[in-house]
Design a protein around this ligand. Structure first.
Ligand SMILES: [Cu+2]
Length: 373
């Protein structure tokens, strides 16, 4: 490598001297009264080679660009499974089409003209200062097109980031190193208070539910799957427990940072159930995936959760089958204030509470997920 650099450096010095001496010759010739330069023929052939080289470069660039587009299209996002996803995809490809056409047109003319109008002794260049009509056209057309694109994007964006509909299914998703945890409000439809000071993996309360708030008694959580109903607005309340994370559901075109101490949100309507996707792709193993798209530590790559899009009836059935955090971790009863104990006891299963805790309780699963990483 060092020899190549040395050779290039020597070549650079030699060529620099060559350029200086040629320039001096031209200057001296001009001072002596101009006329035909002795090396005019050589300059013409060099001009021809440069012009042809530019044309060849552009042809190779067209082939290369087209090839890379087709080759890497396998890594494009999969077809959208959400209502707003289809809309953003439409605008993405619409902008892409305009940009692509402009890119090929402008560059084709650029390289073609540099070939056609290469230097020639047989013609003289015209002195052309400016053309108002042309300037107005090439300023107005791009300005109108760009404004149209930005405005249409802005309208869709304000819809996506606006308030979720009243009847939206609200689900809380919390990121931590290195797993996602989701919480549902349970049968009362109200989330209990949560406080980071109460987060305690050991006692089965990694989300810090505050059991002084009776709304938390029926809240249930999951650390392996997020279930949502098909065709109904879903509002994700997004939180982080330790560092920055980011909720990314590629099929749903959902992407939002999870920031410690600053809840964020994203609402969307999934319109293809997991089963429909399995049938459409002819793949019984298919599952929607939630990934973390903010590098959050050494096991960031493994921070994924499965998303199940259920038919609405199936979803309600699944919800009814879930057990509250309190039921799965009856020891948390000590955190309930005396005056609320009677209400909380309804959620404690009487027979053999220890055996009632299934393996996928949030605390156990998260602890396992964190330990293996
Ligand atoms: Cu991450």
């Amino acid at each position: 490598m060092i020899y190549i650099i040395a050779i290039l450096a020597i070549l650079f010095v030699v060529l620099t001297f060559k350029v200086i001496s040629q320039t001096r010759k031209i200057i001296n010739k001009n001072k002596a009264g101009g006329g035909e330069l002795p090396y005019q023929g050589a300059a013409d052939s060099a001009n021809n080679i440069n012009a042809a080289g530019l044309l060849v470069f552009w042809i190779l660039a067209v082939v290369g660009t087209t090839w890379s587009y087709l080759h890497y299209s396998q890594y494009f996002l999969p077809e959208a499974s959400s209502v707003h996803g289809r809309e953003t995809d439409f605008w993405f490809w619409f902008s892409m089409a305009i940009i692509t056409i402009a890119f090929f047109l402008v560059n084709t003319f650029l390289f073609l003209f540099s070939y056609i109008y290469r230097h020639s002794n047989k013609r003289r260049s015209a002195f052309y200062t400016h053309n108002n009509t042309l300037e107005i056209i090439w300023t107005t057309v791009p300005a109108v097109v760009m404004t149209g694109l930005v405005l249409s994007g802005l309208i869709v964006w304000s819809d996506i980031t606006g308030d979720a509909p009243e009847d939206a299914e609200v689900i809380e998703i919390t990121g931590r190193q290195f797993a996602w945890m989701v919480r549902y409000s349970g049968e009362d439809g109200k989330f209990g208070d949560a406080n980071y000071k109460l987060m305690d993996d050991g006692s089965g309360n990694p989300l810090g539910l505050d059991f002084a708030d009776p709304n938390s008694f029926d809240d249930f959580s999951n650390s392996t799957e997020l279930h949502i109903p098909k065709g109904k607005p879903v509002l994700l309340r997004i939180k982080a427990r330790d560092v920055l994370h980011s909720v990314f559901i590629p099929h749903m075109r959902v992407k939002m940072d999870a920031v410690p101490g600053m809840p964020t949100k994203f609402w969307f309507v999934a319109d293809k159930s997991t089963d429909e996707m399995k049938a459409a792709l002819n793949d019984t193993e298919f599952d929607y995936e939630i990934a973390c798209t903010e590098v959050c530590g050494k096991s960031h790559f493994g921070m994924r959760m499965v998303l199940k899009v259920d038919e609405p009836e199936e979803y309600e059935k699944w919800k009814r089958a879930q057990k509250p955090v309190l039921t799965l971790n009856p020891d948390l009863l000590v955190k309930v204030p005396e005056k609320l104990k009677a209400r909380a006891l309804k959620y404690i299963e009487v027979e053999a509470p220890a055996a009632a805790a299934p393996k996928d309780s949030t605390a156990t699963a998260v602890a396992a997920a964190v330990e293996t990483k």
